[in-house]
Design a protein around this ligand. Structure first.
Ligand SMILES: C[S@@+](CC[C@H](N)C(=O)[O-])C[C@H]1O[C@@H](n2cnc3c(N)ncnc32)[C@H](O)[C@@H]1O
Length: 293
């Protein structure tokens, strides 16, 4: 499978090519999550910029999250995973980094946006994708059959009503398996985190109403250390990413609306140009529920 570094570099090459052909980068201004901002992921350029900025950090976080999950998973089986808000399926990439070789994955990706350059399935795995809202997708499922339901940085983007809808679907459908895992990756900012954790608690309660009990570690919030990701895991070396990160830095000067006298595009000035490279922004929860006899 492609390394995360090569994947990010490919995205940077794509972006460079598009910029060379002339383009308005101002749309990337929406790539921010503070004060309730949500990006317009339909924008191709923004998707490239998103991956350059967050790809390394999110791939690292999901790798840690799945590694922790797998500590309690018996090897030699197929793991069925539904990724709700899968984007480019980077969480599948992360899962494959830590999954024992004798296990395979049946991965269902769900997202309202059909992202470019989704990670492809490895030999022996199966991937499908549905372009749909999470609640509509769940409503159409006959039963909930996956071992793992993951919200990779998507829980923050769901409204309260959507979360209530998801809870209703869970109560109505129930789970086919006796054990189910819910993984929530969230934002580090305290305000967002509080909102996100209120949602994960709602979903957890809905599952418990089915008569399933969480294990003792449920509710634990896992955070990262104040360290560079590249110093935590060799897969995330940034030695070869200088070009990609320089490109990110220079975006305000590369837009077609760049103004020679102000030496910047006024609208692109709001673009955040720093990649996320520290482990301290990691926030995730793993809930394991079991049916009680
Ligand atoms: C921050 S992005 C995360 C993308 C990807 N999982 C990653 O880690 O890079 C949030 C994703 O959730 C998707 N999303 C948000 N609300 C959704 C909904 N109600 N139904 C389906 N997907 C949704 C967005 O389209 C977006 O792709």
């Amino acid at each position: 499978m492609i390394s995360i570094t090569d994947y990010i570099n490919n995205k940077a090459e794509n972006l460079k090519e598009k910029v060379a052909n002339g383009c308005d980068l101002c749309g990337c201004r929406s790539l921010r999550f503070d004060y309730g901002n949500l990006p317009d992921y339909n924008n191709d350029l923004l998707q490239d910029v998103y991956v350059i900025r967050y790809g390394l950090a999110y791939a690292f976080e999901y790798k840690r999250m799945y590694k922790r999950l797998l500590e309690n998973l018996a090897p030699g089986r197929t793991l069925e995973v539904t990724s709700l808000g899968c984007g480019n399926m980077v969480d599948y990439w992360s899962l494959k980094q830590v999954l024992p070789a004798n296990c395979s994955v049946r991965y269902h990706g769900v997202d309202v946006i059909d992202w470019n350059d989704k990670f492809p399935a490895w030999a022996g795995d199966r991937i499908d994708f549905v372009q749909e809202g999470i609640n509509d997708y769940l409503a159409e499922c006959n039963s909930l059959t996956s071992d793992v339901y993951v919200f990779p940085k998507s829980i923050s983007e769901l409204s309260k009503d959507e979360v209530e809808d998801i809870c209703r679907m869970i109560r109505e459908k129930g789970f086919a398996k006796d054990e189910v895992h819910f993984l929530f990756s969230m934002r580090a900012n305290q305000y967002n985190l509080d909102c996100d954790m209120a949602k994960t608690e709602r979903i957890s309660k809905a599952i418990m109403e089915l008569g399933m009990l969480p294990d003792t570690e449920a509710c634990a919030l896992y955070e990262g250390l104040d360290k560079m990701i590249c110093n935590c895991d060799r897969d995330f070396s940034i030695d070869e990413l200088n070009g990609a990160y320089n490109l990110l830095n220079n975006l305000p000067y590369m837009c077609d609306n760049y103004n020679e006298s102000n030496r910047v595009c006024e609208r692109c000035r709001e673009n955040r140009t720093q990649p996320m490279l520290k482990a301290k922004y990691m926030r995730y929860q793993i809930y394991t529920f079991r049916k009680v006899a």
